[in-house]
Design a binder for this molecule. Structure first.
Ligand SMILES: [Fe+2]
Ligand SMILES: [Fe+2]
Length: 243
């Protein structure tokens, strides 16, 4: 337990949509080597690869292997494209990267227990244009998939409820504010307000997502900070947070 006057903090480096592939190898390796000196923890908000090929995941894995700071990630839609997710996760795990899928992890940093609740999230839209649980089985399957993500996020947040700091790591957006800049006609494919339910109930210290490359960095959900850390939005390799 911390008894000193100065509260400990954790420095988090976050990035979404790094879309690794072989041509980016040198840049990725340099960026990760540099951030290891500035952060205690690295969080990646999905779209780790361009098309979900294990060889592309290996570019990230090689940049993370041997890093002195822990790396946690969720997958994004791009990482599913080749339908080789298990191999992608395994390549990353081999390099020490923990991929969370409707799950949680607790990492100790500076005497603090940092809880990370990770889920990719999924589509569905926002009030005014939301996918209903109605009609063709295929559409209802999409709705059900989002329901599973919401339930997984809820359970993961419950698991980290007692941690000193709590972070939710997503790929899809839980609020529309961080989508501003993207055409409103595609917002239903960029996230779902249903993801906001567990976030509003558990009120983590920070919520990170990506996916909306042309979106907006900062939003909030009843005072809970929501940040779109897609590198296209932040304009840098990593966004730094201190909690
Ligand atoms: Fe992306
Ligand atoms: Fe994406």
């Amino acid at each position: 337990m911390q008894t000193a006057d100065v509260s400990p903090t954790v420095r988090i480096a976050a990035a979404g949509d790094i879309h690794c592939s072989e041509p980016l190898r040198e840049h990725i390796e340099q960026a990760f080597a540099a951030i290891a000196e500035q952060a205690d923890l690295v969080l990646l908000a999905g779209d780790l690869t361009t098309h979900g090929e294990p060889e592309q995941a290996a570019v990230l894995a090689d940049a993370c292997r041997g890093l002195p700071v822990p790396v946690y990630a969720v997958l994004g839609n791009h990482d599913y494209h080749a339908n080789r997710c298990d191999e992608v996760v395994s390549v990353l795990a081999d390099a020490g990267v923990t991929v969370l899928s409707r799950g949680s992890a607790v990492q100790e940093v500076n005497g603090l227990e940092i809880g990370i609740a990770g889920a990719k999230g999924f589509v569905g839209g926002f009030p005014g244009a939301e996918l209903p649980d109605f009609g063709e089985p295929l559409l209802r399957q999409v709705y059900a998939e989002t329901s599973e993500e919401v339930a997984g996020l809820e359970a993961a947040l419950e698991e980290i409820a007692g941690c000193h700091r709590r972070i939710a790591l997503l790929h899809y957006a839980p609020i529309p504010e961080t989508l501003v800049g993207e055409p409103e006609t595609i917002w239903a494919f960029l996230g779902s307000s249903r993801l906001a339910g567990p976030l509003g109930a558990h009120r983590p210290d920070l919520v990170l997502h990506g996916h909306a490359h042309h979106g907006t960095f900062a939003g909030e959900l009843g005072g809970v900070p929501i940040r779109n850390v897609a590198v296209h939005v932040t304009g840098k390799d990593f966004e730094l947070f201190e909690l």
